[in-house]
Design a protein around this ligand. Structure first.
Ligand SMILES: [Zn+2]
Length: 309
């Protein structure tokens, strides 16, 4: 076997381990050992293999110490640069041309919303695929953390699949309060933020879109937890649809009647609630009313509602 063939053999051996070295570079090293230092071919081959193995190990350990990946459940500060190893759990329709992609990423510890900005011109993330994503920035909105992919972010597809854990919790207790900002609200059509008096914090004066939500307080007898119900769950919890809520508000010429009616049918009732924990909120994904209250006469509930109103 000549040195060229030997070099190609060594190249193939490393390439099988995912390490790319050019055959000509290997051949050069072999020539130097064999011709200049009069080393026997077999020994030169061993020496070159040892050299590249050591180099590869150093590179692997160097990159392993450089990159520290954050776990999703540990993300609890804003504007922090981090690296994550994640799988794409869900992709949503971006509601603005400035957003290239928006959706949910997950790792073993939970899931988090991500936004990839159009001007960053990053590779498109595919649903269900796993990636190492370096240099992302943490953001927070309404007590909920997210990560932002920007021009500095580096996306590397992973061969292995990242397992996605459910960070859901289950708590049970009595709803003791419905906080302000509950009931019928309006959201900015651009960014989904809640519009206050026709004004979005980001987009100024906008025509808001109606939505329903409940920001409740659940008391399990020991601790109180802020629980957030989205529109669908609010409708199920209160039995009032968005259409009915709008109708009531228009009749009364007052948006607050909706929250008041919702308070009347929820406060004092006992629920088992599941959801994703954020530092402030339990974002409710499902709930059931405790059995002993299920049998309660609906007319009694309505009577109580009348009293409270
Ligand atoms: Zn907005």
């Amino acid at each position: 076997m000549n040195l060229k063939e030997l070099a190609e053999q060594i190249r193939d051996r490393f390439s099988n381990q995912g390490v790319k070295i050019s055959a000509s570079e290997i051949e050069q090293r072999l020539h130097s050992l064999v011709d200049d230092f009069k080393v026997p071919t077999e020994e030169a081959s061993r020496s070159v293999v040892a050299y590249y193995s050591k180099l590869n190990l150093q590179q692997v350990s160097a990159s392993a110490t450089e990159v520290i990946y954050s776990k999703i459940k540990d993300i609890n500060t804003e504007d922090k640069w981090i690296n994550v190893r994640v799988r794409v759990v869900q992709l949503w329709e971006p509601n603005s041309p400035s957003i290239a992609q928006v959706g949910l990423l997950g790792d073993e510890t939970g899931t988090i919303k991500f936004t990839s900005w159009s001007n960053a011109k990053l590779p498109i993330l595919k649903d269900g695929k796993s990636y190492s994503i370096r240099n992302v920035v943490t953001k927070s909105w309404q007590g909920r953390f997210s990560i932002s992919l920007n021009k500095a972010s580096e996306i590397t597809p992973l061969d292995e699949e990242v397992a996605v854990g459910r960070a859901e919790e289950e708590i049970s207790g009595t709803i003791i309060d419905i906080q302000s900002g509950s009931g019928l609200i309006k959201r900015c059509p651009e960014c989904n933020r809640v519009v206050v008096k026709g004004h979005c914090a980001e987009h100024g004066t906008v025509t808001g879109l109606y939505d329903l939500r409940i920001k409740g307080v659940l008391d399990d007898g020991e601790v109180v937890t802020d629980v957030l119900f989205n529109r669908e769950l609010t409708e199920r919890l209160t039995g009032m649809t968005l259409a009915e809520a709008k109708e009531r508000a228009m009749e009364a010429l007052d948006q607050n009647v909706v929250a008041d009616a919702m308070k009347a049918v929820t406060i004092g009732r006992y629920y088992i609630v599941r959801g994703n924990k954020t530092p402030r909120w339990l974002l409710v994904t499902d709930f059931t009313e405790a059995p002993q209250i299920k049998d309660e006469d609906i007319s009694a509930v309505l009577a109580r509602a009348q009293e409270l109103l």
